[in-house]
Design a protein around this ligand. Structure first.
Ligand SMILES: Cc1ncc(COP(=O)(O)O)c(C=O)c1O
Length: 242
């Protein structure tokens, strides 16, 4: 066993992590991501794909900072570029030399005639912008989300969330429909392809347009799968929520 392995604190979170987590929790409003709440880790620094907690434990961050640390942590070129920019101007919507260079670079890298960028500071904002773009381009206003999906916490994406987070927040934007993923490996209706005859498509079609004909009655296993979406009659409900 190497020294590094021997030194690893296996009872997590370590005492310093836990103390800092508890101190912060007294002033931090709820809403932190589950990975942070469950682990209760306090991170000291990152380096490449690694994170170090305040007790000195080292982790490979397979989450990549919830999917956004694609260049890893503290890359020297990234640190230098950030420091240079912060020392000059760090906020504002005016054109800067670096933003002009960045939009040009993105246009060169993106396929076809995709040559315009718009920047947002959060995932939810970006998704709202994507919805606006899709609606204005297609002229259609209805959107499909999936059970278990998460898209942020702003008003425009809440109706697409497939979780209970959005409940008790009042009326949400109309025109959003939720469906299970069309996953044959883990069919939400307990069916198998092709004997299912595309039940998931029928389910979605019925939710969008209840007059298009109800999907076939749910089997006992699909009742469990779509509960609480199924009414007692055993018919898939158009009012289903995840
Ligand atoms: C898949 C997905 N979409 C959207 C978001 C929202 O991003 P943000 O918290 O930056 O608004 C998240 C955040 O975790 C996400 O995981």
């Amino acid at each position: 066993m190497t020294d590094t392995l021997r030194r690893t604190q296996l009872s997590l979170p370590g005492p310093r992590s836990k103390a800092l987590f508890d101190a912060e929790a007294m002033y931090l409003a709820p809403g932190t991501q589950s990975v942070a709440l469950f682990s209760q880790l306090s991170i000291d620094r990152g380096e490449g794909a690694l994170l170090y907690d305040v007790d000195g434990n080292r982790y490979v961050d397979l989450l990549a900072g919830v999917g956004v640390a694609s260049i890893g942590y503290a890359h020297p070129k990234y640190v230098a570029a950030m420091q240079r920019q912060i020392a000059r101007v760090h906020v504002g919507s005016f054109t800067t030399e670096h933003r002009a260079a960045l939009v040009k670079l993105i246009a060169e890298l993106t396929p076809g005639d995709l040559n315009r960028s718009q920047f947002y500071s959060s995932g939810a904002e970006a998704i709202e912008a994507a919805l606006r773009l899709a609606k204005s381009r297609t002229g259609h206003t209805e959107v499909i989300g999936f059970w278990g999906g998460f898209h942020g916490k702003t008003g425009g994406v809440l109706p697409l969330l497939g979780s209970s987070f959005k409940h008790a927040l009042g009326p949400l934007m109309p025109g959003a429909y939720l469906s299970p993923y069309a996953s044959c490996a883990r069919c939400a209706f307990g069916k198998t392809f092709p004997s299912c005859e595309w039940h998931c498509v029928d389910f979605l079609r019925h939710k969008i347009s209840p007059d298009s004909g109800a999907p076939e009655r749910c089997s006992r296993s699909s009742m469990r799968a779509c509960s609480p979406t199924c009414s007692r009659s055993g018919r898939g409900s158009a009012a289903a929520s995840p």
